[in-house]
Design a protein around this ligand. Structure first.
Ligand code: NAD
Ligand code: ZN
Length: 407
């Protein structure tokens, strides 16, 4: 038996934020990040719409990018004091993910972070509050997914919390919020969305329900991401939908080892000033993982179908040639979006540079542990080809040196 779960309502299109005016409840806690939503007026709008709906509103702000366990616990304390019956998270993946974890702790104050990380082990929520997510970036799609990614900085590891219990009740996908994104954020979140769609399509948990969403998202992202990056606002608006479709696919089809590797390298070199941004990590690793997975016949055929839909190779070409075309196309997208091809050249502001943040000897010293952690990541199980620790180390090396994957 398989399950396909999405939010009950998805409001989309310009002005969708106004849906908050019709919410029924007494108290809403808005969870938000460091200031962009305030600066661009979306926080004030959300607050006034909820007040128009007759609700008392409190704001929990300051949720940092890649939120920590500590922030989750602080937010849950604030919820326990205020007792909201609606949690409304506005912003990128970070504040929405943090709010999801706060929600668990609010409903079950005795639940520890370790308890939350048990995959599909969250007890029944919605006894105290319902959850609405309003996304302002076009990538994570956390507004529709069963996931939340929280970082344990004491270990330098990102942990995915995964359970359909944390799939929001309501998602608001209003492209006006995404129009204020700076270019770099467009690039990173857009390649995150591309990775979600590709990994979902070749995942071992793919299904007739998720395939159309993944394929359509891939076609849209191929058509619109670079244009959106270059300032085309109609393309930016479409990307907001495309990333959401990719999210609906991967929330139900799960992901693969691109995400396992991104989760385990993201904070692993933070002490060297190299915080490897989630979307950039995915963009760098995706072509390598495609080459690795294509050794699996079923995955190779599925990459071929992706290529046919993208229209980037002759339909009569061999599957091997189609895989090569896909890898070349994604690398070209990275170039167009100013994203490096490997950790070794990942420099300041995530731009490509000759010598990146992470020194070779530090990478090699930490390689084994990262490989072990990546294999243990919740996203590894649904990858079409299961890597050994040795293969994962080799793959990560290819991602550092930007060398070809031929094993
Ligand atoms: N839950 C999931 O299913 C899922 C999936 C993929 C990634 N993630 C996680 O999500 C996090 C990344 O989220 P993200 O990429 O959306 O970025 P983010 O939420 O970390 O935001 C990055 C920065 O962009 C700013 N920002 C956000 N929206 C803006 C806008 N519209 N205009 C201007 N500035 C804006 C924020 O203030 C912040 O400084 C990571 O922790 C990642 O691991 C979660
Ligand atoms: Zn992602």
């Amino acid at each position: 038996m398989a399950r396909f779960t999405l939010p009950r309502d998805i409001y989309h299109g310009k002005g969708a934020l106004e849906a908050l005016k019709d919410f029924k409840g007494k108290k809403a806690m808005i969870c938000v990040g460091g200031g962009s939503m305030k600066r661009f007026g979306f926080l004030d709008k959300a607050e006034s719409y909820l007040k128009e709906a007759g609700m008392e509103v409190e704001i929990f702000d300051g949720i940092e990018p890649d939120p920590s366990v500590e922030t989750v616990m602080k937010g849950a304390d604030a919820m326990l004091k205020f007792e909201p019956d609606w949690i409304v998270a506005i912003g990128g993946g970070s504040p929405i993910d943090a709010a999801k974890a706060m929600w668990i702790k609010y409903e079950y104050p005795d639940c520890t972070f370790e308890d939350m990380c048990k995959v599909f082990g969250i007890p029944e929520l919605r006894k105290k509050a319902h959850f609405c997510a309003v996304s302002s970036t076009s990538g994570t799609a956390t507004e529709v997914t069963a996931f939340s990614i929280i970082t344990d900085y004491s270990k330098g590891i990102k942990y995915p919390i995964a359970d359909f219990e944390i799939t929001p009740d309501v998602a608001i996908v209003d492209p006006e919020l995404a129009e204020t994104m700076p270019k770099k954020l467009v690039a990173h979140t857009g390649m995150d969305a591309m990775t979600h769609a590709v990994e979902a399509y070749v995942s071992t948990a793919n299904s007739d329900y998720t395939d159309p969403l993944a394929i359509h998202a891939i076609e849209m992202i191929r058509n619109d991401l670079v244009a959106s990056y270059n300032g085309d606002m109609a393309a930016r608006d479409r990307m907001h939908n495309a990333q959401c479709l990719a999210g609906m696919a991967f929330s139900n089809a799960l992901l693969g080892i691109v995400h396992s590797m991104a989760h385990k390298t993201g904070a692993a070199f933070a002490d060297y000033g190299a915080h490897i941004i989630h979307g950039a990590a995915n963009a760098m690793y995706l072509p390598k993982v495609i080459a690795f997975n294509a050794k699996d016949e079923t995955a190779k055929k599925r990459y071929g179908v992706i290529v046919d839909y993208m229209g980037i190779a002759d339909e009569n070409a061999s599957d091997d040639d189609k895989v090569s075309a896909l890898i070349a196309y994604l690398r070209k997208m990275n170039d167009d979006l100013n994203i490096p091809h490997g950790i070794g050249t990942y420099g300041a502001d995530s731009y490509p540079t000759e010598k990146g943040f992470v020194p070779e000897e530090v990478f090699l010293e930490r390689l084994h542990d990262i490989a072990v952690n990546a294999i243990a990541d919740a996203c590894t199980g649904s990858n079409p080809r299961q890597p050994s620790v040795e293969e994962m180390e080799k793959l990560l090396k290819c991602c550092y040196y930007d060398t070809e994957v031929d094993f």
